[in-house]
Design a protein around this ligand. Sequence first.
Ligand SMILES: Nc1ncnc2c1ncn2[C@@H]1O[C@H](COP(=O)(O)OP(=O)(O)O)[C@@H](O)[C@H]1O
Ligand SMILES: [Mg+2]
Length: 587
Amino acid sequence: MSRRAPRASIDPDTRKSWLRRAYPLVRAHRVLLISSLVLSFAGLVVQVQIPNLVRLGIDDAVVARTADLAPYVWWIVGLALLQGVINYLARLYLLRTAYEIEYDLRNIVYAHLARLPFGFYDRVQSGELMSRSSSDIRAVQMYLAFGPSILVQCTIAVVAFVLMLSINVPLAIIAMATMPVIGVLGVSMRKAIFPVSWLIQARLAHLATVVDENIQGVRIVKAFAAEGRQLRTLAASADRIRWAYLQDARIRSRWNPLLDNLPRLGLALVLLVGGIMVIDGGTTVGTIVAFNSYVLMLQPPFRMLGMMIMMGQRASASARRIYEILDTRSEVTDPPDPVDAALTGDIRFEGVRFAYPNGTPALDGLDLHVRAGETVAVVGATGSGKSTLGRLVARFYDVDAGRVTVDSHDVRTLRLARLRDQVGIVPDEPFLFSLSIHDNIAYGRPDATRDEVVTAARAAGADGFARALPDGYDTVVGERGYTLSGGQRQRIAIARALLVNPPILILDDATSAIDVAVEQQIHASLRRAMRGRTTIVVAHRLSTIGLADRVVLMDRGRVVASGTHRTLLRNEPRYGRVLAAQGAAAA
Ligand SMILES: Nc1ncnc2c1ncn2[C@@H]1O[C@H](COP(=O)(O)OP(=O)(O)O)[C@@H](O)[C@H]1O
Ligand SMILES: [Mg+2]
């Protein structure tokens, strides 16, 4: 499965309504959608004929006996078959439209997220972001694809009503009498249920985040022996969900009997009024039977009206959140005259001070020189600023004071895209897309051949397990695909970075989840991969530190010592303490 570019994008004009902004997406698939709608309308027109044929059959062939019964039966069977085929095709096209729209929307959001600066993650947690955008995408897709189809189904009411009017005007009005009530009740019920179902969604999402945090942060949870506290949080979250579900059931039990019995009332009315008419000779038995079918046939679309309004509300809220992501632009921008330099990777931090937009100080007078081609291991306690250091090289944020230079260019003077192309960052919890292994590795270079992808995977130690997967490199990973372990994800991410072959490589705890034994196996290839480029590796393990030419020790946002592992161990008590705290001594 290869990734195709989305056919359209969301209209960037934020003044437009969400539907107008989403319109290009629907337009891109209009042939499919319109085919499906036309077919679905044709199917309904055929369906509406059937009760009428039943009426003629009963009146002419059964009651009056002026005609043969068999042709009516054959016609009805024929039309039912035709309707079945048409509906099948209509549904097929509709589902395909929905799938295509979802696919596009997903790719638009993912591509945007991949481009988004880290600044965005300060406000929204990435885990929540992903799970949230998945269900949001589905809500929008459902409405865009199924909304028009429900509308078409409602038009069938008009067609059927016209047909009934042509048969018997008073009875037609009686038969339709309960429909508006069903419509109004359906809408009211949805309105009553909507806030609750919204609550359920939100609480389920919250639960997912709690679970996610526990999985992602399992090391921290364990380190602080916080299992009990986490379990209580989980239980409280589950309790709130149960309460919302109970509310939901309560509201449904109040409305559903009403909604279920109204059509029966309609049937009774048709029988009563129609029966009196038949007795008076005003109409025929066949008409009553046919009208009864219409009453039953028409109520689902009216009930769906309520559903559609609810879907619309949900889709609009979801769309707002998706647009919030898509409308986020980077605060870091290109300078007026950007320098397009091919970098060798001589990195300097000069008196860098930096606090995150939320005010958290991260770097406080950081001075560091990493020579081109050098491999430096960065060691420090959690929160000492190691990750921040890497982010500033790729200029995900701008410094508050001091400067970061690469090859003597202040990063703020370089063309941003060119700079980021030349700085490969592998985070400790890399993000994989719901794409094949191949496409995930080739993410930064979609034109890469399979050979190149395999070479990169080999260097990152990902080739072995990739081959062993059900579809090898074509196995789709992620949400609805194959689940990889943390270490496997990291190796994919390392391969992804190596494939781009950047002069600067930043491994931010990028091997933390890889098995010690496996890490040993890939050390040789990692060492080879680091040769000829500047590598900053945030490390906890002695084995990883061993890959570096030099170690720098960070403490509270600055470099406090630098040297070889041996000299630091001998001369710098803080170094030994940090390593011991991180369990490195044991490894
Ligand atoms: N995205 C962020 N938004 C706000 N504060 C952050 C963010 N990332 C890190 N910090 C804070 O900045 C400080 C340095 O963090 P970081 O560079 O991640 O340290 P390390 O990687 O050494 O654990 C910490 O106090 C941390 O809480
Ligand atoms: Mg970090």
